[in-house]
Design a protein around this ligand. Structure first.
Ligand SMILES: Nc1nc2c(ncn2[C@@H]2O[C@H](COP(=O)(O)OP(=O)(O)OP(=O)(O)O)[C@@H](O)[C@H]2O)c(=O)[nH]1
Ligand SMILES: [Mg+2]
Length: 204
């Protein structure tokens, strides 16, 4: 499954009241579009992943400066599918007050959103699991939220040996599932990611 429709930006939400309507088609007793959330540290490549898998480079704003995505951004990918790009964590320059506000906003989305079906948890291939990633993983498991680990920027691991070691280390911690190796640069992993999305939608 690869979208044939054009993806479009819906809204940047600073508050749960700004989240788009949960049911996609008004008046119909549908469960609304499936939402997939993109989670991970600042600069891990969440917005780049989103752009690469829909093949629309400018759709989500990306930057080499961490802390670029500050609100919850909703994208309509197809009638029955939305991607939700969340602010990254772990960027020390963000004032505590702001970080606390994001945490409340992100948690309210992850806990309360009925459309949320799967989260992509992104881990940088060169860094592996860091404390806040492990915290988030435990939090998702504690709250029974389904997630898929995606290892980003694998193009930066130049030798096969580096790549194998990096992936094995990440997989060891991801225990119950096989992480997807991804690169926004060369498109590695895009097909696997669409297969995962298809599977999750068919289960609905
Ligand atoms: N080499 C390489 N660079 C990447 C890849 N994915 C993202 N980048 C770069 O990493 C930087 C951060 O990417 P973003 O997609 O903006 O990261 P983000 O996780 O959305 O960051 P925040 O919005 O700040 O949380 C940008 O300079 C991207 O070009 C990749 O697969 N390979
Ligand atoms: Mg971003």
């Amino acid at each position: 499954m690869v979208p044939t429709e054009t993806a479009e930006f819906l809204i940047s939400a600073a508050d749960p009241q700004q989240f788009p309507a949960a049911d996609g088609i008004s008046g119909e007793a549908s469960r609304g579009p499936v939402e997939i959330a993109f989670l991970g540290r600042s600069n891990v490549g969440k917005s780049s992943l989103l752009n690469a898998i829909v093949k629309q480079p400018g759709l989500a704003f990306t930057s080499s400066r961490p802390g670029c995505t500050q609100l919850i951004n909703f994208y309509r990918i197809a009638e029955d599918l939305r991607f939700v790009d969340l602010p990254g964590y772990g960027y020390a320059q963000v004032p505590l007050e702001e970080r606390t506000r994001w945490k409340t906003l992100i948690e309210s989305y992850l806990l309360g959103r009925q459309n949320l079906t799967l989260s992509f948890l992104l881990i940088d291939a060169r860094r592996g699991w860091m404390d806040m990633d492990l915290e988030l993983k435990s939090w998702l498991e504690f709250h029974n939220r389904r997630y898929q680990v995606i290892v980003t920027k694998v193009d930066k691991l130049k030798s096969n040996n580096q790549l194998r070691t990096g992936l094995a280390g990440i997989q060891e911690v991801a225990d119950q599932q096989e992480p997807v190796a991804f690169s926004a640069l060369d498109g590695r992993g895009v097909r696997e990611i669409w297969q995962i999305i298809s599977k999750i939608k068919n289960k609905q």
